[in-house]
Design a protein around this ligand. Structure first.
Ligand code: ATP
Ligand code: LTN
Length: 332
């Protein structure tokens, strides 16, 4: 079939329940772009084992993360939603591309440096070559656009370099993908240490809002959010905590910073924090209700996973065959 719509690929690791950063930085856009583009979204379980995982917990997380995608509005008929390990061609293409990636390039990846510093007892080869697998994810689907948070920009740049290098050696093979980064919410910061990004692996549970946190928990965490002593609600340098809360409020309500400043002029931080907590809780409630229904229907989840895997495999097969021919393998 001829390619008519432009293509999108993105992935999320099943390492924990997605947080507000994952949601506003990436997932919201996944849903939004489904009509205009041919979208493929993946629970990237192969990526997640670069850090040691408990097998029972991982299995549960894969299932829940997948159900959550459906609950958020990824439409399994319109788009392709699948689990990465269900399509073996990601790992195959990753091997080929690793032979077109330099050691020096991978050594410069900041996520590798951060994660190896965090887990010094397990600096495994997979953690080092992880960006090659990510490039394979994207390039296998000939994606034009990749909706991600700012932290993934460097990995995407590498994927572009790998694609260009392969194309230079072998002639046009891969589309060179572009990042799609949201204007607000592309980097949601921790509520407790607003100079650090909100993270699934934050040791302080109050720093991060899980998309499945209940209303009271969400409001409690926002009430405790670290701010400053100025008592002025304005977006300005040096006000990391308030800037973060304003960005969250803006991403959820679509209001500009000026509108927010006006709305809360003369009001206290307590009132503002409560308002942010309430709009976030209201926003997540329908997703949580839908999730409760879907997670109870194992048959439906399995069906969607199977359908997604088949669609994904079909798409990547074309790319893989092309790549194998180009490098000189015998394609039967
Ligand atoms: P962690 O939060 O533990 O660092 P991660 O960054 O590995 O996890 P993934 O699940 O792989 O998270 O990320 C899924 C998507 O969410 C990616 O597009 C990533 O850029 C985005 N993302 C992650 N953290 C944030 C954040 N704090 N703000 C905005 N987007 C984010
Ligand atoms: N590396 C990403 C997750 C990821 C991804 C991808 C994102 C894996 N493969 C392909 C976009 C496209 C992360 O750690 N956030």
């Amino acid at each position: 079939m001829e390619k008519t719509k432009k293509r999108i690929f993105s992935g999320i690791q099943p390492t924990n329940t997605p947080h507000l950063g994952n949601y506003l930085g990436a997932l919201v856009n996944w849903i939004k772009l489904q009509d205009e583009y041919e979208c493929t979204y993946s629970i990237v379980d192969l990526h997640s084992i670069t850090v040691r995982q408990d097998p029972q917990k991982l299995k549960k997380q894969i299932n829940e993360s997948y159900a959550l995608l459906l609950a958020m509005g990824v439409d399994p008929d319109k788009s392709t939603a699948f689990v990465q390990s269900h399509n073996c061609q990601h790992a195959e293409l990753s091997w080929v591309l690793s032979c077109y990636t330099q050691f020096g390039e991978l050594s410069r990846m900041t996520q590798f440096k951060d994660k190896s510093a965090k887990h010094p007892e397990n600096v495994n080869a997979g953690l080092f070559t992880y960006p090659v697998l990510m490039a394979a994810d994207i390039l296998a689907y000939q994606a034009d656009l990749v909706p991600v948070g700012i932290d993934q920009k460097q990995h995407l740049e590498l994927a572009r370099n790998i694609a260009q290098r392969f194309n230079q050696v072998h002639g046009d093979t891969f589309i060179v993908p572009e990042p799609y980064i949201a204007k607000t919410g592309a980097k949601v910061m921790s509520l407790q240490s607003p100079e650090k990004k909100m993270s699934k692996s934050d040791e302080n549970p109050n720093g991060s809002i899980s998309v499945l946190d209940d209303r009271d928990t969400i409001i409690r965490k926002f009430k405790r959010a670290v701010t400053d002593s100025e008592a002025v609600i304005a977006y300005r340098e040096g006000k990391d905590g308030i800037n973060n809360l304003m960005s969250i409020y803006s991403a959820v309500t679509d209001k500009s910073f000026e509108e927010i400043e006006k709305e809360f002029a003369g009001k206290g931080y307590g009132e503002f924090k409560l308002a942010v907590g309430e709009v976030v809780a209201d926003h997540l409630a329908p997703v949580q209700n839908e999730f409760a229904k879907i997670i109870a229907d194992k048959k439906y989840i399995d069906e969607c996973m199977r359908k997604g895997a088949e669609k994904a495999f079909k798409t990547t097969r074309k790319t893989l065959q092309k790549v194998y021919k180009k490098v000189g393998f015998i394609v039967l």
